[in-house]
Design a protein around this ligand. Structure first.
Ligand code: G3H
Ligand code: ZN
Length: 277
């Protein structure tokens, strides 16, 4: 069933475990992410980014598919809009039945980030939709990696109080879209953020983090773990492998299906990893 994002994230934060938030680019990702979660009987957050919405040309079709798939799932599934850069897109997601949004004004200066985020929070909370924001820009979305950026714990605490956000994305050493899993996380900073910030913390760019360090990040206090590139990698490997073995294949259901199977297996594996205490 479709559940509120807080129903997945708050219990995980309380128990000190992680919850997987996986990005869907196409419908194959949606069914794979849900199948992967069902296989290990674990709740999951299904998310679509503003960039993926740009790829599709509109939120409506893919967004409705996410909500419908979540409703039909045999495990609790929350539906989240990721890295929304416009308040208008946030409103559309709320109207479609999304259970949370990430409003990303991390490129703005502090005062403008607070102002823009607060307006989004007001609208979302009046519709019982959860809001995630980002403080300290996690780089890499534009292909420029800046793993040195860090979120200041004191500023993060103030930002949460001033905006009323429900969870916070922080910069602790990751960068988006890494294809090697060798990001160096600042575990002491995670501990300091966890101690100061009263809401669950979100790790972006988690594809760049090794299995071992993902578990450590959760142990130090990260809760929502966003993973996109790693699923794209295994999806593409599956498609490429299928087509290399059968160059005569023309039915997309065959080769996309091969990618989908790999994504489901990887989601099951990652959810198992994140639920370890
Ligand atoms: O918001 C999505 C995540 O931050 C994904 O990052 O593609 O590096 O896993 P990733
Ligand atoms: Zn991200």
């Amino acid at each position: 069933p479709l559940v509120s994002t807080c129903d997945i994230v708050i219990p995980a934060a309380g128990e000190g475990t992680g919850c997987g938030a996986f990005n869907a680019v196409a419908l194959e990702h949606v069914s794979a992410i849900i199948a992967g979660a069902e296989a290990v009987r674990t709740p999951v957050i299904l998310q679509v980014s503003h960039n993926a919405v740009r790829y599709h040309g509109a939120l409506g079709p893919i967004g409705s598919a996410l909500v419908a798939a979540a409703r039909a799932a045999r495990v609790p599934v929350a539906v989240h809009l990721d890295h929304a850069e416009s308040a208008e897109l946030v409103r559309e997601a709320v109207a479609l039945g999304f259970t949370s949004v990430m409003f990303d004004a991390s490129t703005l200066d502090y005062a403008d980030n607070v102002r823009a985020t607060r307006a989004v929070v007001e609208h979302c909370h009046s519709n019982r939709v959860w809001v995630e924001a980002e403080l300290g820009e996690v780089g890499g979305k534009d292909g420029v990696h800046a793993p040195g950026v860090r979120t200041d714990p004191e500023e993060a605490k103030t930002f949460v109080a001033e905006t009323g956000v429900d969870c916070l994305a922080v910069a602790v050493g990751t960068s988006h879209a890494m294809t090697t899993r060798d990001a160096r996380l600042d575990f002491d900073l995670i501990t300091a953020l966890r101690a100061r910030v009263g809401v669950p913390l979100v790790l972006h760019g988690s594809s760049g983090v090794s299995d071992e360090h993902l578990t450590e990040a959760v142990r130090h206090g990260m809760t929502k773990i966003n993973i996109a590139t790693q699923l794209n990698r295994v999806f593409t490997e599956g498609v490429r492998g299928y087509l290399a073995e059968r160059p005569e294949a023309i039915d997309p259901r065959r080769y996309l299906g091969a990618g989908r199977e790999r994504v489901a297996a990887e989601v099951s594996r990652l959810l198992g990893l994140l639920s370890i205490r």
